[in-house]
Design a protein. Structure first.
Ligand code: UD1
Length: 355
């Protein structure tokens, strides 16, 4: 029986892991998964709701390690994950994406000489000021098996000297998730009472440190969103809520702040909005899967394919630029079938792990 330990901790990882866990459960006779939740995200609407809604198996362990500085969080997670792995070493450790939990899991396993498989490998923003960029680079170099979502990601790993024998271009598990959950989308209860008018709305998320931790930048973004002629629905991350309060952001313009939404509620909002504005990696692609234009409030994106096909526009943290993009950026998008794989990434990943 092949044994896998999956490390998750933050919201996007729950969604990615759901697709692979479902595939593993189909092969329960030959492969067993233990899930370790680091506790990086701990609010019910940032964590438990995803386990419930996406039917992810209950974690075997929740380490309860969230908050604190990056070094402290990653270090405490490293120590605790090592103890779990030492207790019963698996055949593989599976990590997702680019969070502190990803790095802690990969490092703990690599130091114990347990092979690491990294899902969503090869992405780069080329901005080492982002904590996620450090996590991606280090995790890729620690991993034995590199599952890339796109040809760009594969080429990047090759350029960094990884051998082809370690790389598997399987497509994007987020595309698997988008296809699987599409028909189960559900409207948030509060949607009808938001007073959005009839002209459509923009869907916004904002949580990157580069935007939330720089008060001037955050104030400029807030002003741009509020100058928008289309109403902006913003399910707000706890980090961003605190940062907005700190810069004295007040309600009253175009933005409607709401609590974080579940994955199926997000699927509904993506399908019913007219445009997306975000700094999230995942949402940029989900906008594309739903054929919605995406305005990305960042200086660079890992998902360069979306900019190349004209579906995504990078916009500076400048009030006028954001307000005008919200008014004007309306490209016609026809999602191409093969940019992010075929929707069978999870199956290919489990095939490879089973060898
Ligand atoms: C993390 C990831 C980011 C990912 C994002 C998804 C890193 C470096 N960043 O960013 O790549 O896109 O998750 O959301 O790992 N907090 C709460 N409640 C929660 C979770 C967090 O209040 O349920 C607080 C934390 O205590 C902290 C802040 O929000 O003060 C930020 O959380 P953190 O886990 O550091 O990073 P994210 O911004 O969520």
């Amino acid at each position: 029986m092949l044994e896998i330990v999956t490390i998750v901790g933050a919201r996007p990882q729950f969604i990615k892991a759901a697709t692979v866990s479902r595939e593993i459960s189909v092969r329960a006779g030959s492969i067993r998964e233990r899930i370790v939740h680091t506790g990086q995200h701990y609010d019910a609407n940032m964590s438990q709701v995803f386990f419930d809604e996406l039917a992810i198996p209950t974690p075997d362990v929740n380490l309860g390690i969230g908050g604190g500085t990056h070094g402290a969080m990653t270090g405490r997670q490293l120590e605790a994950i090592e103890a779990v792995l030492l207790n019963r070493p698996p055949d593989w450790v599976l990590v997702y994406g680019d969070t502190n939990s990803t790095l802690a899991g990969a490092l703990a396993a690599a130091k114990l000489q347990i092979p690491v498989a990294h899902v969503e490998s090869g992405l780069r923003s080329f901005n080492r000021a982002m904590p996620e960029e450090i996590n991606r680079i280090a995790t890729d170099h620690l991993s034995s098996l590199l599952f890339t979502p796109t040809a760009t990601a594969t080429a990047q790993l090759v350029a960094e000297g990884m051998t082809h024998s370690r790389i598997r271009q399987v497509g994007d598990v987020m595309y698997d998730a988008a296809l699987f959950y599409k028909d189960r989308a559900k409207a948030p209860e509060w949607l009808g009472s938001l007073d959005l008018g009839t002209g459509g709305f923009a869907l916004c998320t904002l949580h990157r440190a580069e935007n939330t931790d720089d008060p001037e930048r955050l104030a400029a973004i807030w002003e741009g969103l509020n100058r928008s002629e289309v109403p902006v629905v913003l399910p707000v991350h706890p980090r961003t809520r605190r940062a907005l309060a700190a810069v004295g952001a007040v309600d009253g313009g175009s933005v409607r702040l709401v609590d974080p939404v579940s994955f199926l509620e997000m699927a509904h909002l993506l399908n019913s909005c007219m445009v997306v504005v975000t700094d999230s990696g995942g949402l940029q692609k989900e906008a594309y899967f739903n054929e919605r234009p995406c305005i990305t409030v960042r200086d660079q994106t890992e998902w360069v394919e979306l900019v190349d096909v004209g579906a995504n526009r990078l916009v500076a943290a400048d009030a006028e630029a954001i307000a005008s993009a919200l008014q004007q950026f309306r490209p016609q998008i026809q999602a191409s079938a093969d940019l992010f794989g075929t929707g069978k990434a999870a199956r290919s990943i489990v095939d490879e792990l089973c060898g």
